[in-house]
Design a protein around this ligand. Structure first.
Ligand code: AMP
Length: 234
């Protein structure tokens, strides 16, 4: 990859809960040396730290509902302000609504930046449900799946030895709500970004390596454009 820290490029990983945005986003960020910004991780960190924001977010998260847009946008704005403007960023789980996407465009434009590519990860619903129900994560953010990517020692992180967590919002009833919320609130972003010529589709049904290879192709090389026309920054 050219450039040492991404040249300020911004990639959004879009897709349903369970499609692999977290797993792929962590790896993409690490391999490219970019910041991986997951609003879900930021909210869970705020919750663990017991901040007012974390406590407010909790009731939405536990119910599988979206945290209000203004709360999320402020969180992302602060996070971006704290990092160098030329650092590449992979967003995972943000934006999740059209107002969030519009706010992201505004925040980035203030710094002379814009979203460069939106990678839509896609998989059938039964695949998503199996992935989500098997998901276990370490407090440090490493994600396993008891069906597809189990830890060497059952229940414990390979890297840190910490006990793995089954997220409260990964239980079946909440998962159904989260999938419905995705369809209603987040899926319209596909049209939003397609109209800007930024959308690249990625088959999210393969194993982790296959999906990652497709994702790297979709992210493309610096300066390349997606296969769809009329690239615009809004
Ligand atoms: P995730 O880890 O991305 O699945 O996010 C877990 C939960 O955090 C979601 O179900 C929402 O309650 C909340 N959340 C994360 N990101 C956002 C966002 N961009 N907008 C609203 N709520 C969010």
């Amino acid at each position: 990859m050219s450039g040492t820290n991404g040249g300020g490029r911004v990639v959004v990983l879009l897709g349903s809960p369970g499609v692999g945005k977290g797993t792929q986003g962590v790896r993409l960020g690490r391999d490219l040396g970019w910041a991986h910004v997951s609003t879900g991780d930021l909210l869970r960190a705020a919750l663990t730290a017991g901040t007012p924001l974390g406590l407010e977010a909790r009731r939405y998260m536990d119910a599988g509902r979206l945290v209000p847009d203004d709360v999320i946008v402020d969180l992302v704005r602060e996070h971006l302000a704290a990092m160098p403007a030329d650092r590449g960023v992979v967003f995972d789980g943000f934006p999740r609504t059209v107002p969030q996407a519009e706010a992201l465009d505004d925040v980035l434009a203030e710094a002379g930046r814009g979203v460069d590519r939106v990678c839509l990860l896609e998989a059938a619903e039964e695949v998503l449900v199996k992935r989500i129900s098997g998901r276990r994560s370490s407090p440090g953010g490493r994600v396993y799946n008891i069906h597809f990517d189990p830890p060497r020692r059952d229940g414990f992180c390979d890297e840190t030895g910490e006990a793995l967590i089954h997220r409260a919002d990964d239980h079946p009833e909440t998962v159904r709500t989260r999938l419905a919320v995705y369809r209603e609130a987040t899926a319209p972003l596909v049209g939003y970004y397609r109209a800007k010529g930024l959308l690249a589709r990625v088959d999210g049904e393969g194993d982790i390596e296959q999906v990652y290879a497709s994702l790297r192709t979709a992210v493309g090389e610096r300066g390349s454009v997606p296969a769809t026309p009329s690239r615009a920054r809004g």
